[in-house]
Ligand binder design. Structure first.
Ligand code: ATP
Ligand code: MG
Length: 313
C-alpha cells in the first residue's frame, strides 16, 4: 500500500500499464463517484510479495452527502480456493461417472447382451426340436424366445443410453442426428437438426459434453415444454463450437426455478464449466426456451478450473 498517494491515480497508473482489473476498478469507482451508480463490486486477482497470488473483493459505496466514495478490499482467497476445489471435484465426478457409464455400457453390450442373444437362439432351436405333438411346450418355448429377444433389445438400448457408442464410431454429428431422430420418432416432436462447419475431429470429452447437453435439453423439451417442435443447431468456428437448443413451448422462469430439485440444468452447467465453455439459458413463460453453449475445441485438463472474474452490478 502506498501512503499519501491518491487511490485513483494508483489505479490509473496500473490501468495504463495494461491491467484490465485496474481499468474495471477505475471505471467502477468513477461511476459511483459521479453518481451513475450507488454501489460497485468486483473480484480481482493480485500478486503478493512472496510471488503467489491472492483474490480480493473490492466494494465501492457512495458517500452521498460528501460526493465521495468508500472503497474496501477483502481478502477472499480462501473462499476462491474452496470454490476451485468444489469445481475440481465436480469435474472429477462427471469424468468418473462417464467412465463408469462407459464400462457398464460395454459390459451390457458385450457380455450380458451376447448371453441373452445366445439364450434366444437356444430357445428357438429347442422349440424347433420339440415334436409338434407337444404343442403346448413348443408354444411356451417360442414365447420364452420372444421374451429373451425383448430383454436383449432393452439391454441393447440401455447400453446405448448409458454410453452412445455412435459418438465414438461415427462422431458428434451422426450421434446428434440419430438422437434427434429418436426423439422425433418416440415423442412426436419434430426436431430440426442443423449443422455447419463442425470439424470432423473433436476431442472425445468435448463431443461427449455437447452430446450430453443435447440429450438433457431435448429430454427437458419432451418433459416440460409441451412443444411439438424443437431446434438443435451446431456451428463450428475457428476454435470453438456453438450449440443452440430451442423450443417454442411453455418456457419457465430461469431465476425463480433455480432452486427446483432437478439435476439436468445443474449438471449441464457443471459439464460446460469443466470443459472451459460458457452456457446461457434464456426462457420466458409461454414464450419458449433457448439454450446456447460455446465450447472450446480443446480437451479439458482434469485439474483445470477457470477462475473468473468480475461481479459488476
Ligand atoms: N425446455 C423447457 N421448457 C420448459 N421448462 C423447462 C425446460 N427445461 C427446463 N425447464 C424447467 O426447469 C426445471 C429444471 O430442469 P432440470 O432439467 O434441471 O430438472 P428436471 O428435468 O425437472 O429433472 P431431471 O433433469 O433431474 O430429471 C424443470 O423442472 C422445468 O420446470
Ligand atoms: Mg431435466
Amino acid at each position: 500500500m502506498m501512503e499519501g498517494v491518491n487511490y485513483l491515480q494508483v489505479c490509473e497508473r496500473a490501468a495504463n500499464l495494461g491491467s484490465s482489473s485496474s481499468r474495471n476498478a477505475l471505471d467502477g469507482i468513477r461511476s459511483v463517484m459521479d453518481g451513475s451508480r450507488e454501489f460497485f463490486e468486483m473480484e480481482y486477482l493480485c500478486s503478493d510479495a512472496k510471488g503467489g497470488a491472492r483474490w480480493f473483493r473490492m466494494a465501492v459505496t457512495s458517500l452521498r452527502r460528501s460526493g465521495g466514495a468508500v472503497v474496501s478490499h477483502r481478502d477472499i482467497t480462501e473462499r476462491k480456493l474452496a470454490e476451485q476445489r468444489v469445481r475440481d471435484l465436480s469435474g472429477r465426478l462427471i469424468h468418473g461417472q462417464e467412465e463408469e457409464r462407459r464400462r457398464i455400457a460395454r459390459e451390457l453390450h458385450d457380455d450380458v447382451n451376447q448371453k441373452l442373444a445366445l439364450l434366444a437362439i437356444e430357445l428357438e432351436q429347442f422349440a424347433q426340436a420339440t415334436p409338434e405333438s407337444t404343442g403346448e411346450i413348443q408354444q411356451r418355448a417360442r414365447d420364452l424366445c420372444g421374451l429373451a429377444q425383448g430383454i436383449s433389445s432393452d439391454v441393447h438400448q440401455l447400453s446405448h443410453k448409458l454410453h452412445p457408442s455412435k459418438l465414438d464410431h461415427l462422431g458428434l454429428i451422426e450421434a446428434a442426428r440419430d438422437f434427434c431422430m429418436a426423439i422425433s420418432q418416440h415423442h412426436g416432436i419434430h426436431v430440426d437438426f442443423f449443422h455447419r462447419d463442425v470439424p470432423e475431429r473433436i476431442p472425445g470429452e468435448i463431443s461427449l459434453c455437447i452430446f450430453r447437453i443435447i440429450q438433457e435439453s431435448l429430454q427437458n423439451v419432451v418433459k416440460h415444454s409441451g412443444a411439438k417442435q424443437a431446434y438443435v443447431g451446431l456451428l463450428g468456428h475457428s476454435d470453438e463450437i456453438h450449440l443452440e437448443v430451442s423450443d417454442p413451448g411453455a418456457g419457465f422462469d430461469v431465476e425463480s426455478d433455480k432452486g427446483k430439485a432437478g439435476l439436468g440444468l445443474v449438471s449441464m452447467r457443471e459439464r460446460v464449466r469443466f470443459a472451459g465453455g460458457e452456457m446461457w439459458i434464456r426462457s420466458r413463460r409461454s414464450q419458449g426456451t433457448r439454450i446456447d453453449v460455446k465450447m472450446p475445441l480443446r480437451a479439458p485438463a482434469l485439474k483445470k478450473a477457470p477462475m473468473t472474474i468480475l461481479i459488476d452490478n
